[in-house]
Design a protein around this ligand. Sequence first.
Ligand code: 6PG
Length: 258
Amino acid sequence: MAGRASMTAWPAEPPPPGDVRVAPEGTFATWAAAELAAVLCALARRPPTSVSLALAGGSTPRPVYEALATAATVPWRCIEIFFGDERAVPPDAPDSNYRMARESLLSRVPILDEHVHRMRAEARSPEEAAREYASVLPKAMDLVLLGIGSDGHTASLFPGADTLRATAAVVPAMGPVPPRQRLTMSPSVLAAAHRIMVLASGLAKADAVARALTGSWEPASCPAQLARRGTWLLDAESASRLPAGLCRPSSTGRERTG
Ligand code: 6PG
């Protein structure tokens, strides 16, 4: 039995790559929004009809969220919003993930205020804020939306970080670039999630995407491998280092079963 220190929330053996889809040229944001909308609608049709959605931060999601806000089919009244990670900045700071989501999506859709759970990463005690946030999380998130950094991080799970061995659901984290102090969902939340979807666009992500999906199984050095089983929504550039045959033809927002 591995010692507690070396226990991890991921399997010893790698899962097969999930569903890897590539947007038609020049359509990434609207295409990814349609894919997301289809999944949210499908989740809302299954009992219970409430859907827990953890949003990704960074810059990639903004145009996707703006397009998602115009999708008429999404049943926003039964969706609860969480955040995969947050920087230790006020909610109105330019680099707040909450501010980005509110500007691009949450202020534009009929979501109930009480259904938006902001991560208070700027709290004086990050540990207390992490515990508080973990207490409002569902046991298993219906859908976790993630991004990927060029170094292979996802959420604020960075290569080689102690957070990768966290047993708590939400933990303080330290990023390599400012704002360094953050809160992040831990690998256990990703492992428990019913569905994971990863958004990645641009050539700068191509190597990290290829490593996450096809590299040797080392989540400690490429945390985005924790999302390997998920649905990856890519553009031609971010998919450009993947082996032929791994990517499926892009859909037009049709939800696949399974
Ligand atoms: C964050 C995100 C982070 C992001 C990647 C990609 O708070 O920055 O959670 O994991 O998804 O760093 O960021 P970009 O979309 O800006 O490339």
